[in-house]
Write a protein that binds this ligand. Structure first.
Ligand code: URA
Length: 240
């Protein structure tokens, strides 16, 4: 049995002092229940979570997944739809996605059981670029593209400047393929940005996450990250 704050700190989630603060603030659950007392001790069979993220006490594993459309970025779905973890090999670790991609979005998503790593990558101050390719309705004008590049007002605030490129246009079908690079990760952000300029998304794919691409993978494929890639991702997040 170990003290709860020690388990959280050992997992690399936070310093001992910060772990105590997380407990007091009600951000820690043991076996699904919020625990606010500092004295509590837990055993290896107790399930500890910080803000819904399981505290890592297993060998860490890291996967890159080419998510198909029609798959939920979650570990389970109450409507019994396919979830990203259905594609994992048979492993004993409890792995979950780093951030999310919409049900209808395909592309690159990471999965891990390393809570500290997931937190580091998802922290808003760690500005990791993500590249999306969208098929949109209509053909966006130069001025509309510029408004995305400047940052556009959405209902949850102005977006950071995006890098935007029109890759191709289909005049006959009145559609365009647009590449967008952003580092924020707000809910349905790319769809909302393109909707805001009057060009709703017909299809969306995340092609790149930092330096990671989908190269060599087919839709539905999962591969482990190399130790070097994990290290590089940490460095990328820490220096941004
Ligand atoms: N932006 C979106 O709109 N959807 C995603 O899945 C990811 C980013």
């Amino acid at each position: 049995m170990e003290r709860l704050q020690k388990v959280i700190a050992h997992a690399g989630f936070a310093s001992r002092r910060k772990a105590e603060q997380l407990i007091i603030e009600g951000q820690v659950k043991v076996n699904g229940k919020v625990v606010k007392e500092l004295g509590i001790k837990v055993s290896s069979s107790d399930r500890v979570e910080v803000n819904g993220i399981p505290v890592e006490r297993e060998e860490p594993v890291y996967y890159l997944f080419y998510k198909p459309r029609g798959v939920i970025s979650s570990v389970k779905d109450d409507k019994d739809r396919k979830v990203v973890t259905d594609f994992l090999p048979d492993i004993k670790q409890r792995v979950y996605p780093v951030g999310r991609l919409d049900y209808d979005t395909s592309g690159l998503i990471l999965l891990t059981n390393d809570g500290e790593f997931a937190n580091l990558l998802m922290h808003p101050k760690n500005e990791i670029d993500k590249s999306y390719v969208a098929k949109v309705k209509g053909i966006p004008s130069r001025e509309k593209i510029r408004s995305l590049e400047r940052g556009i007002m959405l209902d949850d605030g102005k977006t950071s400047p995006a890098k935007v490129k029109v890759l191709s246009i289909d005049k006959k079908k009145q559609t365009a393929i647009v590449e967008l690079i952003i580092h924020e990760g707000r809910n349905r952000q790319v769809r909302r940005m393109l909707e805001a300029i009057g060009h709703p998304v017909l299809k969306l794919k995340r092609e790149q996450y930092g330096f990671l691409t989908l190269k060599g993978l087919s839709v539905g494929d999962m591969r482990e990250l190399t130790p070097h890639e994990v290290k590089q991702l940490r460095t990328l997040a820490e220096k941004s």
